[in-house]
Design a protein around this ligand. Structure first.
Ligand SMILES: NC(=O)C1=CN([C@@H]2O[C@H](COP(=O)(O)OP(=O)(O)OC[C@H]3O[C@@H](n4cnc5c(N)ncnc54)[C@H](OP(=O)(O)O)[C@@H]3O)[C@@H](O)[C@H]2O)C=CC1
Ligand SMILES: O=C1O[C@H](COP(=O)(O)O)[C@@H](O)[C@H](O)[C@H]1O
Length: 483
């Protein structure tokens, strides 16, 4: 495994919801990988906390099983499972009552970093914050990690921010957007602000348009109840796609520090124009053969919730006036394929004549799978055939660049270590979340007031036909969604 380990201080990490799905699939296996990588020092402890009554020995068994199931190769390579489990404890706690809190406080040590991960339903966030305060656990050594969704709309996000602010300072609150922990997403900032090559061209004068695609093959799975109240707009656009848009469009921050970066992201969200209804496409996947469609998946034959969104957005600022951003995301699409494509303008004049064709530079930043970047450049077709031009990719796959054994930490692993280090750069600030809701709320309200019905699309396709038209109308094309 190639990774430069930056050690963290000893810590107590309490996972509220330590028996839940997210803890089992992501948080605990991620912590185990950090342990294998030598990033968890002696004295670092993980304390599962949930409603179920069990002792530490029983919890360790469930954590061991979760690592076996979701730990990936490290669970096989690393024979440290038992050593990791020695660091794990459990305390039954009732988020809505008083049970277990004194005992939890008794487990925690003074004088070291204390992090409380709220991996529970959002309806419990306020209860837990309040009890942490009343049981004396909200002091300066404490920080809280708050899972998504952060609110359902602007009003609920404001109210949650206000509740948390009663008990914690903003510097203690880490609002997770796991997209910010993805390797390529951070690389986007490295590429933009670590190279002289791109930044001078990074504006409306040289960039024709930018496409952001997050395509998934999965449907709503077992999360139908949550998803049907949410839809792609709330589940993906308001948070993950907006964050990607911010990173691609923001001005260079003066330094890579939390508030400098988040100030710039906030300016991007505030510069978004209200969206024109005609520049929006909603879709919902239908059934295919024996496979159920969206409505069967969520158990509501009349559901009008979207599992796909495509849109064209504009930023009203000097850098981007005139350059559209096309965003799309959906479930049950052709492939799991997420990328940001920066499509540069044509050269102002072709000295090679019309037969040389149109060639464009495209910088494609692949988020997943096969994280990496490709820059399409135009060259002469090799050989004696005259001045014929072709586009070739300068391809940088991170796996190739880092070597075959390279394993980038999963987004959750990285973000949890940032919490312990006290680095909020890759976490959303309260005002950012509110600004994002302030932009998406009118879109959702517009759909609701018009009784908008999402366009059906076939599972395994690229989404509804109208989404293709959204770009065709502008003489542009989506990049292919490919595995
Ligand atoms: N699962 C996922 O893929 C994702 C989840 N999230 C977010 O993460 C959070 C957790 O989701 P997920 O793990 O799926 O949820 P689960 O329903 O799987 O787990 C919920 C957890 O909360 C605990 N819990 C419930 N009620 C109480 C209570 N009164 N007191 C103490 N603990 C309680 C449960 O404990 P017990 O089992 O003992 O009852 C369980 O550990 C949610 O905010 C979700 O939106 C975000 C992105 C993806
Ligand atoms: O937050 C969420 O993200 C996942 C997609 O995450 P990825 O890391 O697999 O791209 C999405 O499936 C889920 O609906 C959403 O809540």
């Amino acid at each position: 495994m190639v990774s430069r380990v930056i050690p963290v201080e000893p810590f107590d990490l309490v996972i509220f919801g330590g028996t839940g799905d997210l803890a089992r699939r992501k948080i605990l296996p991620g912590l185990f990988r950090r342990f294998c990588d030598g990033q968890m020092p002696d004295g670092a402890r993980v304390i599962g906390a949930a409603r179920s009554e069990m002792d530490t020995a029983a919890y360790r068994v469930t954590v061991g099983e979760a690592i076996g199931e979701f730990g990936g190769d490290s669970a096989v390579d690393c024979d440290a499972v038992d050593a990791f489990l020695e660091r794990v404890e459990y305390q039954a706690v009732d988020a809505k009552g008083e049970g277990g809190w004194e005992a939890l406080r008794g487990l925690l040590r003074d004088g070291m970093v204390r992090a409380f991960y709220f991996s529970v339903a959002p309806s419990l966030f306020g209860d837990i914050a309040e009890r942490l305060r009343s049981f004396g656990l909200a002091d300066a050594q404490s920080r809280i990690v708050v899972e998504k969704p952060f609110g359902h709309d602007l009003a609920s996000a404001r109210s949650l921010n206000a509740t948390l602010a009663q008990h914690f300072d903003e510097e203690q609150i880490y609002r997770i957007d796991h997209y910010l922990g993805k390797e390529t997403v951070q690389n986007l900032m490295a590429v933009r602000f670590g190279n002289m090559l791109f930044e001078p061209l990074w504006n409306a004068q040289f960039i024709d348009h930018i496409q952001i695609t997050v395509a998934e093959t999965v449907g709503v799975g077992g999360r139908g109840e949550y998803y049907d109240k949410s839809g792609a707009m709330r589940d993906m656009v308001q948070n993950h796609l907006m964050q990607l848009l911010c990173l691609i469009a923001m001005e260079p921050p003066s330094k890579f520090d939390p508030d400098a970066v988040r100030d710039e992201k906030l300016k991007v969200i505030r510069a978004l124009d209200p969206i024109d209804y005609h520049q929006l496409v909603r879709g919902q996947y239908g059934p295919a053969g024996d496979a159920p469609g969206y409505r069967e998946d969520v158990g509501d034959a009349r559901s009008r919730t979207e599992s796909f969104v495509a849109m064209k957005v504009h930023l009203s600022n000097w850098r981007w006036a005139g350059t559209p951003f096309y965003l799309r995301t959906g479930k049950k699409l052709r492939a799991r394929d997420s990328e940001i494509a920066v499509v540069f303008k044509d050269t102002p004049h072709s000295i090679f004549g019309p037969e040389a064709g149109q060639h464009r530079n495209v910088l494609a930043i692949r988020l997943q799978p096969n994280e990496g970047m490709t820059l399409d450049v135009t060259i002469k077709e090799p050989g004696p055939g005259g001045m014929r031009l072709i586009d070739v990719p300068l391809d940088m796959s991170f796996a190739d660049a880092l070597g075959p054994d390279a394993e980038a930490p999963d987004a959750y692993e990285r973000l949890i270590m940032d919490v312990i280090r006290g680095n909020q750069t890759l976490f959303m600030r309260g005002d950012e979340v509110e600004a994002a809701w302030a932009w998406t709320d009118p879109i959702i309200e517009g759909w609701q007031s018009r009784g908008d019905v999402p366009k059906p699309y076939d599972p395994g396709s690229s989404g509804p036909e109208d989404a293709l038209m959204l770009m065709h109308r502008d003489g542009r094309r989506w990049r292919e969604i490919k595995a």
